[in-house]
Design a protein around this ligand. Structure first.
Ligand SMILES: Cc1cc2nc3c(=O)[nH]c(=O)nc-3n(C[C@H](O)[C@H](O)[C@H](O)COP(=O)(O)OP(=O)(O)OC[C@H]3O[C@@H](n4cnc5c(N)ncnc54)[C@H](O)[C@@H]3O)c2cc1C
Length: 452
């Protein structure tokens, strides 16, 4: 008799953890196949450090083949699920259409950049949801400072030295906090080299949000710490403010001010991966509805969790668990157990997890954290945050710690490799995890953002 096959779609926090738990605790129960566009698990919370040149990109990319024994990795992007014949269809990295049968399906496809219908934003902004965008941003920032330094035109210098981040959730706040330190360091290097940046010309970062405070969804004490650190660093925080229009010259704010810039960084949040909607099953704000066992109603062979699933929050009846790594990882463990139980091994259990607090990386030695509800700030919070990330990373820990050490004693590397171009990281993409290619496997748009 042939072994059952469990297919996991998406190797992010939830999918990676599901595959790891199945391979460690339930080895032999079934063949485990993991389908993902890349051969690595991306540790997203440290991505702002990649865009600011603190960490090298491979540090936050954990090899799937190197860390998941007994799991068959299939490189590809799933573009269809045939529930009746229990098959997925996918496109491999070379554009070939393929299919794969399953006995149990686990959907952990995560989320993509959220768009708002604001004129010009899709054309002129870039998101921050995957490695290509982080690499693009790192190069783009370095290029803007270098070009500002070589320009004689004060208006051009101002525009190139102005960076606008929209969305003051944890992603936008971390990108702005790290970005300011990065550009200050680059500007210092250009000045020392004798390039044309006047001594009083400091790179300007703006952080906008319609909400009345930064980190609107988190503990107010974290907001206060983050606001204080950003303001002290010189980041222009504008709460209660949004963008009315984006153009190739800059952005028009809703209070009528026009800000000249070459850099509009869109961090207004995420929406579930569009594959969920395409399946035509009941969903909640784009997230696939599942029960507390992470199973899709009327399809006991299909499970889902992480950002892509609306998982009932048993600690807050009537609500769904938030889209965080903290929940995705734990749901990955539970889904592995429940899938194994559905194949006759062990007992299933419902998903229930109390929030354990949050850490926000503010760059340098600064952070804000509230582990188990205890508010922390400054270097103590930073130590807690780094310790937490090192413990949570499933690989590359020594390499990450080594990069942190080097960053503490050496200047940032002011070089841009220019490998990721503006057009290959469009804001509107169903696949922010891969740079867009001419043949466009699924849902990507051909971005028209103006800068290279
Ligand atoms: C910059 C940033 C910082 C963050 N910081 C924190 C933090 O500090 N703490 C916290 O709790 N949360 C944080 N989050 C949120 C957290 O990363 C997400 O909630 C978490 O990644 C969700 O896990 P997931 O497994 O559902 O999705 P993901 O981790 O996004 O994984 C989805 C996977 O599915 C793959 N995939 C997508 N579509 C397909 C397809 N069609 N076929 C095959 N594979 C596919 C993707 O390539 C990816 O590998 C952060 C997010 C970002 C963007």
């Amino acid at each position: 008799m042939s072994r059952s096959r469990i297919v996991i779609v998406g190797a992010g926090f939830a999918g990676y953890q599901a595959a790891r738990t199945l391979s460690r605790k339930y080895r032999g129960v079934a063949e485990v196949v993991l389908v993902n566009p890349n051969d690595y698990f991306l540790y997203l919370p440290l991505l702002p450090e990649v865009s600011a040149g603190v960490l090298e990109p491979r540090r936050v990319s954990v090899s799937l083949a190197g860390t998941l024994r007994g799991v068959r990795l299939v490189l590809g992007e799933v573009d269809g699920v045939d529930l009746a014949s229990r098959k997925i269809t996918y496109v491999d990295p070379e554009g070939e259409a393929r299919e794969l049968g399953y006995d149990r399906l686990v959907l952990t496809v995560g989320s993509v950049n959220k768009l708002l219908p604001i004129p010009g934003v899709a054309e002129h902004a870039h998101g921050f949801r995957g490695m290509p965008e982080a690499l693009y941003l790192r190069d783009h920032i370095s290029r803007q400072i270098a070009m500002a330094a070589s320009s004689d035109d004060p208006a051009e210098r101002d525009a190139r030295c102005t960076f606008v981040v929209v969305g003051a959730g944890y992603t936008g706040t971390e990108v702005a906090a790290h970005g300011k330190l990065f550009t200050d360091s680059l500007a210092r290097q250009h000045r020392r080299a004798g390039n044309g940046l006047p001594g009083d010309k400091q790179p300007r970062w703006m952080l906008l949000d319609v909400a009345p405070r930064v980190l609107p969804g988190l503990d107010e004490r974290l907001s206060k710490t983050a606001h204080r650190v950003l303001a002290k660093r010189g980041v222009d925080v504008r709460t209660g403010t949004s963008v009315k229009e984006a153009t190739s010259e800059g952005v028009l704010l809703d209070d009528g001010e026009f800000v000249r810039t070459e850099s509009l960084i869109w961090c207004v949040g995420v929406r579930p991966d569009p594959l969920v909607e395409e399946m035509g099953l009941p969903s909640e704000k784009g997230r696939l509805c599942v029960d507390e066992y992470l199973q899709v109603p009327d399809h006991p062979e299909v499970f889902a969790c992480g950002d892509a699933a609306a998982v009932p929050d048993l600690t807050k009846p009537g609500e769904y668990t938030p889209m965080t790594a903290q929940h995705a990882v734990r749901q990955g463990k539970v889904v592995a157990r429940n899938v194994a139980a559905s194949l006759g091994t062990g007992e299933r259990r419902p998903y229930k997890h109390h929030d354990m607090g949050f850490t926000v990386d503010l760059g340098g030695v600064q952070a804000a954290a509230n582990p188990l509800g205890v508010p922390l700030s400054g270097p103590v919070a930073n130590a807690v945050m780094r310790g937490y990330h090192l413990a949570s990373l499933p690989g590359n820990r020594v390499r990450v710690a080594a990069d942190w050490l080097l960053d503490a004693v050496l200047p940032r590397q002011a070089v841009q490799l220019g490998l990721v171009r503006s057009w290959s990281v469009p804001l509107e993409s169903a696949s922010p995890e891969v740079a867009s290619h001419p043949y466009e496997p699924r849902g990507g748009s051909s971005g028209t953002a103006s800068s290279a």
